[in-house]
Design a protein around this ligand. Structure first.
Ligand SMILES: [Zn+2]
Length: 505
């Protein structure tokens, strides 16, 4: 039986705040948020009684949902949680920073081990066509060869680099469950725990999403080289998740569940899998990344993947559909209505030649989305957002294609969507950029960089469209510097471990 535990509720509200809706900002579509109901419980009085132990970070500017607050002060408690954001400081100052703070983002989709092959698959024999499926064969070779210590070292360095670029939370979509010969580790969750340890060492919040995988294609048995990914049945997967429910909260981590893709399970299994999920647990799956996957689903199950999913599973706000590249208008509409989140991975999708997400229709329908770095050919959220926009501009042969229906700032709109959708991907629904009760997680842009020094309202757009690593002063996670001037707090250890383990691959 599925254990009905709830995952740890550590970082904010699980419900959208109720009451009268504040007026949304035209570019972000977000209203200046009040502390969520959960946060209010956490912090009964954000003004007076709570002042004990609170200290202030003072910045040249803080990005809020209503634009830049300059100067900007973020008050934090002794655990590094946000207690307030205001323009003046009346408490002990932790640090006066010559920088601009923007909220840390969620990386909504990661396969950490794949980082070991970043840059290694960019060649092909002269006369052969290279595509997603041929890339997948190379990836399988890597997947068959990495051991637990190697995955931990790869993930540790990778997660640290994500922090450097401004991701402060990562959703690890985990399917490399078993030993090289397909046998179970002892304990079975050993690889999953290694990922939790890597995230802890790197200082990033982790949402671990171990996924179910049994088949090798629609109605086709799994192949031998998929042996490390497989569960015998849904019951075995649930036992695996139950084991993790007891372990994951010991780390700075939360637990989700999911399915590798519709092609990895039978129809009844998919329905069963998503019918009994612990409350407030996020559900992730790859879907419609490749046209041939859509064709196979149509011929075997009589419907397109998203079409089938929304007709057979209760898809709602706790769902994150990864890619959803090849979807038609009626599927876009169904996804928007469902309140599900789509995780778009622009650099990986470009690298694999997947196609373009139909953003024009999705924006029109008010769909939720975030970004993910997936195979990790790119680790920079600014790059993902820029690629997302440029893809759509190239398709439409126009500029600023997201600017319509009141949206006037491309970067601001994308950033807000990525921030809010990213929270959705982790089961959090806070609407403020820096919500009271959440950890103070931020990327700090250097005020001394010439472009930053000469920008005002376009500072965010400059970060997205004219990115330069020298713009980055560092990253604050849970109220502490984890990266400063490009250097991670555990830089030498993480780096040495990565180089040593990857060289031995
Ligand atoms: Zn993926």
């Amino acid at each position: 039986m599925w254990v009905s535990h709830e995952t740890r509720v550590a970082r904010g509200a699980h419900k959208q705040t109720g009451g009268a809706a504040p007026k949304p900002h035209p570019n972000t579509g977000v209203a200046l948020g009040q502390p969520s109901s959960f946060a209010k419980k956490l912090i009964p009085s954000a003004g007076l009684g709570y002042a004990l132990g609170m200290k202030d970070w003072v910045f040249d500017g803080v990005l809020t949902e209503n634009g830049w607050m300059s100067p900007g002060v973020v008050s934090v408690d002794e655990h590094g949680r946000i207690a307030g954001v205001q323009s003046t400081s009346q408490r002990e100052v932790i640090e006066r920073v010559a920088g601009f703070a923007i909220p840390g983002l969620v990386n909504g989709h990661s396969h950490a081990f794949q980082y070991a092959m970043a840059g290694l698959a960019e060649h092909a024999a002269g006369n052969t066509e290279d595509d997603f499926w041929s890339w997948r064969e190379s990836m399988y070779q890597l997947a068959l060869n990495v051991d637990v210590e190697q995955v931990k070292a790869i993930a540790g360095w990778l997660y640290g680099q994500m922090l450097r670029f401004g991701y402060t939370t990562v959703v690890e979509f985990h399917y490399l469950h078993h030993n090289k010969d397909g046998s179970h580790y002892e304990p079975q969750i050993k690889m999953a725990v290694a990922l939790c340890e890597a995230a802890r060492d790197a200082g990033i919040h982790l949402v671990l999403v171990p996924v179910y995988y049994r088949l090798g294609g629609f109605g086709a048995p799994a192949k031998d080289h998929q042996r490390r990914f497989l569960f015998q049945d849904v019951a075995a997967y649930r036992r695996f998740i139950d084991d993790l429910i007891a372990v994951v909260p010991q780390f700075d981590a939360e637990l989700g569940m999911g399915l590798h893709s519709l092609r990895a399970a039978g129809r009844r299994e998919v329905i069963d899998l998503f019918s009994h999920v612990p409350e407030r647990m996020v559900r992730h799956l790859h879907i419609s990344e490749q046209q041939s996957e859509v064709d196979d689903c149509l011929s075997m199950w009589g419907a397109r993947p998203v079409e089938w999913l929304v007709n057979n599973v209760d898809v709602g706000p706790w769902f994150s559909l990864v890619h959803a590249t090849h979807i038609q208008d009626h599927e876009v509409k169904a996804l928007c209505q469902s309140q599900a989140n789509v995780v778009i991975c622009p650099t990986t999708e470009a690298n694999l030649g997947d196609g373009f997400f139909p953003m024009h229709a999705y924006q029109k329908g008010g769909g939720h989305w975030c970004i993910g770095s997936d195979s990790h050919v790119g680790l920079n959220p600014a790059e993902e957002l820029r690629w997302l926009d440029y893809g759509q501009r190239l398709l439409q042969e126009k500029r600023n294609v997201f600017c319509r229906n009141g949206v006037t700032d491309s970067a601001s709109w994308m950033f807000t969507q990525a921030l809010m959708g990213g929270r959705r991907a982790t089961g959090h629904f806070d609407r403020s950029f820096f919500s009271v009760g959440l950890p103070f997680d931020a990327l700090i842009l250097d005020s001394g960089h010439p472009l930053m020094a000469t920008r005002d309202s376009s500072r965010l757009a400059t970060w997205v469209y004219a990115f330069d690593p020298q713009m980055l002063m560092g990253t604050v996670k849970s109220g502490q510097w984890w990266v400063r001037h490009g250097e991670h707090r555990h830089q030498s250890t993480l780096q040495a471990s990565f180089v040593d383990r990857v060289q031995s691959l």
